[in-house]
Write a protein that binds this ligand. Structure first.
Ligand code: PMV
Length: 323
């Protein structure tokens, strides 16, 4: 066992295919340069000692044998369940002290839960000197997400693990890194926190009563995601932007668009974006736009004028790594 380990895992932005990816269709996701840092060291008592200031947790402690049992505060669920799953799988029983530090707010929808889940599992693997492939790390963390949340495609975990920009199919059935040199993306935050499970349920309800129709929307999303895989790899941002606009129309049809998202989307299009759409579950969080270099400042200003906040991020970031 090592004395201390420090790892970092990136957040993500969904580029294409959200919601459809829950229903066994593909999506495209990019990792962003906002990272979650996780430090782990052995503790003397057989307990988890946790500081996670980003989610208001300080001086939290729990016996290792009770992990993920009883009342678990919301901000701790992914961490506790992740440690329990790791310890069960690799037959470890050791007190540990965990500190997490988020380089981004858990409010913006960059996938802080996924990044912390990946960071903790990768950190534990280092601490106990267990070599895990990316796929093994994915399967372990995907189990944690399903244990905690019940739903989820795992796209955010894959972005955190592999980094870069990925073509991804539900549950990690396909994880294909796309070769992308640059991605001129801007991000607008609505200021409204979206709840992903609520939005996923909303779409599930719509599908219950309109199965054929909604499945055909998912098929169209799948079709344009496959097209975007090609246009992105060729660096054809004009065509990719057009596909973003089409994807946005289909997301609107699913009922996950909001006035606040739409305002920012129309503002960036008017300011010269090749295309714009919401990113993630919808209902709030962020929108993204592909913008020619010389229009970038104008489009960012348009986001601010339309009531949003232009977030400074770099896409296509490196996956989980030792610090
Ligand atoms: O809200 P976010 O950024 O976590 O994105 C959710 C994307 C969904 O497809 C709606 C859910 C999922 O797990 O794929």
């Amino acid at each position: 066992m090592r004395e201390m380990v420090k790892v970092s895992a990136p957040g993500k932005l969904m580029l294409f295919g959200e919601h459809a990816v829950i229903y066994h269709r593909p999506c495209i996701v990019t990792a962003v340069d906002q990272r979650m840092i996780v430090e782990i060291k052995p503790a003397r008592e057989e307990k988890l000692l946790l500081d996670a200031p980003g989610v208001g947790i300080k001086g939290y402690s729990k016996k290792i044998k009770d992990l993920a049992c009883g009342e678990v505060p919301k901000g701790v669920r992914f961490i506790e369940t992740g440690i329990r799953n790791f310890f069960q799988k690799y037959k470890v029983k050791q007190g540990i002290e965990v500190k997490t530090k988020a380089g981004f707010s858990s409010e913006v929808g960059f996938g802080s839960s996924a990044a912390v889940t990946v960071g903790v599992a990768a950190g534990l693997a280092q601490l106990f000197k267990i070599r895990l492939s990316r796929k093994q790390l994915f399967d372990l963390t995907y189990k944690t997400v399903l244990d905690v949340q019940g739903v989820g495609s795992g796209f955010d975990l894959a972005a955190s693990i592999w980094g870069g920009t990925l073509y991804f199919v539900t549950g990690g059935k396909k994880v294909i890194p796309l070769k992308i040199n640059q991605l001129p993306l801007i991000v607008g935050y609505t200021g409204i926190k979206a709840d992903t499970p609520t939005m996923v349920k909303k779409v599930a309800n719509l599908r219950k009563n309109n199965k054929k129709l909604v499945d055909s929307i998912f098929d169209q999303m799948s079709f344009l995601t496959n097209k975007a895989k090609v246009t992105l790899s060729k660096g054809n941002f004009k065509k990719t932007g057009g596909l973003m606009n089409l994807n946005q129309g289909l997301l609107d049809a699913l009922g996950v668009n909001t006035k606040e998202l739409a305002d920012l989307i129309f503002a960036t299009r008017k300011a010269g974006a090749w295309g714009a759409k919401l990113s993630g579950a919808g209902g709030g969080d962020c929108m993204i736009a592909l913008v020619p270099g010389k229009m970038r400042r104008k489009a960012e200003k348009a986001i601010e004028r339309a009531g949003g906040k232009a977030l400074k991020i770099k896409p296509n970031a490196e996956g989980v790594r030792a610090e």
